[in-house]
Design a protein around this ligand. Structure first.
Ligand code: FMN
Length: 177
């Protein structure tokens, strides 16, 4: 397996975009491993050694989630807090993520034009995702350019979403090696 996709959606059954993306990922079982956090941990009790072992097996790791309050859904934030431990991810002996390529694949409710300094959000997605890039740097990994679909709440048509699913696969394969 070449790419690990960690999916964090609180209710994938009623999701429109993350569900469609996940169906697309499932078409590539020899190249992509899916790990659904909300399905794996309904009680939010994360198996830290298991998660760390899984991460160690991959050099290319994507975090897929809907943007919630300009951030991660809460179980993914907890996952980072629990799994990126001192002595494993950082600190003098914490080198297990060093050199890995980490990326974000986000579904974003608002439209793209909103994510401009002069738009209603007033920050770009690159600015919004600064904590991820800082964390990636902290653990010695490389942050890949993000992948996103905008207008995921209402504007995006079924065809837009299908198109984004195909582009998502291209994005994954582009950075797989
Ligand atoms: C709790 C919550 C917070 C949200 N916060 C944002 C936000 O900060 N920015 C934004 O553009 N969309 C926001 N949205 C819209 C989601 O990003 C959008 O519903 C999701 O990406 C759609 O993907 P899905 O069909 O897979 O659920 C929010 C939605 C919820 C439920």
């Amino acid at each position: 397996m070449k790419t690990l996709v960690i999916i964090a959606h609180p209710n994938l059954e009623v999701s429109r975009v993350n569900r469609r993306w996940t169906e697309e990922l499932l078409q590539y079982p020899n190249d992509i491993t899916i790990h659904e956090l909300y399905k794996e941990y309904p009680d939010w009790s994360i198996d830290v050694p298991g998660e760390q072992q899984r991460l160690e097996a991959y050099d290319h790791i994507i975090f897929q989630f809907p943007l919630y309050w300009y951030s991660y859904p809460p179980l993914l934030k907890k996952w980072f807090d629990d799994v990126f431990t001192y002595g494993w991810a950082y600190g003098s002996t914490g080198d297990k993520l060093k050199g890995k390529r980490l990326g974000l694949a986000m579904t974003i409710g608002d439209k793209q034009e909103s994510y401009l300094p002069e738009g209603p959000v007033s920050f770009t997605v690159d600015q919004v995702t600064a904590p991820f890039k800082a964390s990636t740097r902290h653990v010695g990994a490389a942050a890949l350019p993000y992948f996103a679909v905008f207008g995921a709440s209402f504007q995006a048509s079924d065809e837009d979403i299908n198109q984004s699913a195909r582009e998502y696969i291209h994005y994954i394969f582009k950075y797989q090696q």
